[in-house]
Design a protein around this ligand. Structure first.
Ligand code: AMP
Length: 182
């Protein structure tokens, strides 16, 4: 199911802009108003299911925390495994980590060292709600590669196109954004 202009407008309208959160000058894209709208959530997830059902994925890796919501739901719809990429200090087993610069700060993400070792030749889709500078996703894609898996694509519900964060990430993997935001 390809999204037409009407569908995209509907999804865009379902996402709420919060000016000056979490600090002045940032317009925070609040996806809670997409999630509590069953029609918007279903439209989005069915679109993602259709796009990725032919990719022969073994896992979806979601970025802490909003990437978990879309990633875990999509993994169930596609019948593949789910792997969390978490902020530093949250994962209980041995981890591999990467530092990165955020649109608003510095942070570090981690993955379990054996996250994909339950299959041979893991093929992974990385997912998050939004790509801004691309730093988080670049670090996450690196982690997937570091623990021996192939990151076949990185998927975002929204891309902040004015930040051009996608070009560096494209050195590591394919990039797909459902909605571009100017
Ligand atoms: P970045 O590493 O700059 O691409 O930032 C992406 C991460 O920060 C994602 O996990 C987003 O959820 C979050 N993020 C960055 N900017 C925004 C924004 N304007 N609105 C909502 N989330 C954001």
């Amino acid at each position: 199911m390809t999204l037409n202009m009407h569908d995209k407008e509907f999804l865009i309208r379902s996402i709420r802009d919060i000016p000056d959160f979490p600090k002045p000058g940032i317009v925070f894209k609040d996806i809670t108003t997409l999630l509590n709208n069953k029609d918007a959530y279903a439209l989005l997830m069915n679109h993602l299911k259709e796009r990725y059902q032919s990719y022969n994925l073994t896992h979806i890796a979601g970025i802490d925390a909003r990437g978990f919501i879309f990633g875990a739901a999509l993994a169930q719809m596609l019948g593949v495994g789910f792997v969390p990429i978490r902020k530093k200090g949250k994962l209980p087993y041995t981890t591999v980590s990467e530092k990165y610069a955020l649109e608003y700060g510095v942070d570090e993400v981690e993955i379990h060292i054996d996250a994909f070792s339950n299959v041979q030749n893991p093929k992974v889709l990385l997912i998050d709600d939004l790509i801004a500078t691309g730093g988080t996703a670049y670090a996450a894609a690196n982690l997937i590669n570091k623990v021996g898996a192939e990151c076949v694509e990185a998927c975002f519900i929204m891309g902040l196109d004015f930040l051009s964060g996608q070009s560096k990430l494209r050195e590591l993997t394919e990039v797909y954004t459902v909605i571009g935001v100017d």
